[in-house]
Every structure is written in C-alpha cells, then in structure tokens.
Design a protein around this ligand. Structure first.
Ligand SMILES: Nc1nc2c(ncn2[C@@H]2O[C@H](COP(=O)(O)OP(=O)(O)OP(=O)(O)O)[C@@H](O)[C@H]2O)c(=O)[nH]1
Ligand SMILES: [Mg+2]
Length: 218
C-alpha cells in the first residue's frame, strides 16, 4: 500500500512526560491516547511506565514516547532520569479536586528545574465528565495557563473528550519548532544539521535550535 510505514519506522521521536498529583488521571489519559482504553479502577502507578503512539503530522511520522509515573511521592522514580530528554509535558490536575490544581505550581517548578525552558507544556484539567462535581472553573485553569505561558485544555479520559486533541496539539507544536529548524538549516546552506531520519530530537541538548528560530528569550 502506498505510503504505508511499519510501526518501527518514523521520522521523529519525541519524548513527552506526564506529571501531576496522584489520581488526576495521568495513566488513563495515556491509555486512552495510546490504546483507546479506560479503567475506572486503575491502581496508582509504581515506578515509571511508558507507551508510544505514532501519528502523522504534515506527512511525517511522529512517534510519541510518553512517560508516566506516580504522582505520589513515595512511589516516584528518580526525577532527573524521568525528565531527561523530554521535549513536551502534560501537567494534569483533576477539575473535581481543587488541591490538585493548587499543586500545579509545584509541579511546574519541578519541571522547570529539570528541563529546558523552551519545552512545550500543556496544562490539563481532567475529568470534565464529572460536571456536577467541578471544583476548578475553566476560567481559573485558563488564567493560570496564560500567566505561566502554558497551553491549556480540559479533557475527560473517561469519555475521551479532548484527549486526542491535547496530545496532538503538544506534538504538533514540538514538530513546528523542529521542522522550522530543518527548513532554516536547508535555506542557509547548513543542511548537515538537518535531523536524520528517525533521530530523537532533544530540545534540552540543543536549545540553540529554539534560539536560532528566535522564538524565545535569553
Ligand atoms: N470520571 C473520570 N474518572 C477518571 C478520569 N480519568 C481518570 N479517572 C479515574 O481516576 C482514578 C485515577 O486515575 P489514574 O489514571 O490511575 O490516575 P494517575 O494520575 O495515573 O494516578 P497515580 O498513578 O497515582 O499518579 C481512576 O479511578 C480512574 O478511573 C476521567 O476523565 N473521568
Ligand atoms: Mg498513574
């Protein structure tokens, strides 16, 4: 079949991390996105798990490798290894539990301490299906995201609302940065800096990419 690529073949590999308090739905967002599965009785994640899914953006195959760990301190794996090489993050809170929203600032600080300042971060208010229990308004979520220059979306892993959109948006924004890099490299004659096929793009190790395209301060 024309254009068919087996699963192992991809043009870009992007590492994403899921962070946020225990029970906000990180693992279910991941299983919804990668397997279209949801589990009402899922157990707290122990250690680190990851899952992958490839999608097509701009006629390129982008493979997302998404890491998931426990929100609860005592189950958490070594932090620096978890964040290493991440080019995107989904910071999740539970719209029915205000405390999980109050902790978002803490998660953001930890993320900033361990990753390049230019990585793509999306704030996610999950469990919007529980309409009668909402304790964090959309406006509050949006306002915090704007203040911290984060993307923002409300999702439900249960009914699948916006799950696809959230991951796709993060991956597309990363792709835009990386593909712009490729175009620039081509136009100024330094094509040798083009990412090779299947190369893992690591914003942290090459923040010059982001600086070169003039998107970011410092
Ligand atoms: N109603 C509803 N329940 C959800 C949703 N997402 C997750 N849950 C439930 O919330 C509970 C916790 O979900 P998990 O995905 O395990 O949460 P987690 O963030 O991975 O938790 P840790 O691994 O402990 O950090 C489970 O009972 C899920 O079924 C959602 O969108 N709507
Ligand atoms: Mg989990």
């Amino acid at each position: 079949m024309a254009g068919y690529k087996p699963d192992e073949e991809y043009d870009y590999l992007f590492k994403l991390v899921l962070i946020g308090d225990s029970g906000v739905g990180k693992s279910n967002l991941l299983s919804r996105f990668t397997k279209n599965e949801f589990n009402l009785e899922s157990k707290s994640t122990i250690g680190v798990e990851f899952a992958t899914r490839s999608l097509r953006i701009d006629n390129k195959v982008v493979k997302a490798q998404i890491w998931d760990t426990a929100g609860q301190e005592r189950y958490r794996a070594i932090t620096s290894a978890y964040y290493r090489g991440a080019v995107g993050a989904l910071l999740v809170y539970d719209v029915t539990r205000h405390a999980t929203f109050q902790n978002v600032g803490r998660w953001l600080r930890e993320l900033r301490e361990h990753t390049d300042p230019n990585i793509i971060v999306m704030l996610i208010g999950n469990k919007t299906d529980l309409r009668h229990l909402v304790a964090v308004s959309t406006e509050d979520g949006k306002a915090f995201a704007e203040q911290e220059s984060l993307y923002f979306m409300e999702t439900s892993a249960l009914d699948a609302t916006n799950v696809e959109n959230a991951f796709t948006e993060v991956l597309t924004q990363i792709y835009k940065i990386v593909s712009k890099r490729a175009v620039e490299a081509g136009s100024n004659g330094t094509a040798s800096t083009l990412p090779s096929k299947g190369e893992t793009i690591n914003v942290k190790d090459d923040s010059s990419v982001l600086k070169r395209i003039g998107c970011c301060s410092n």
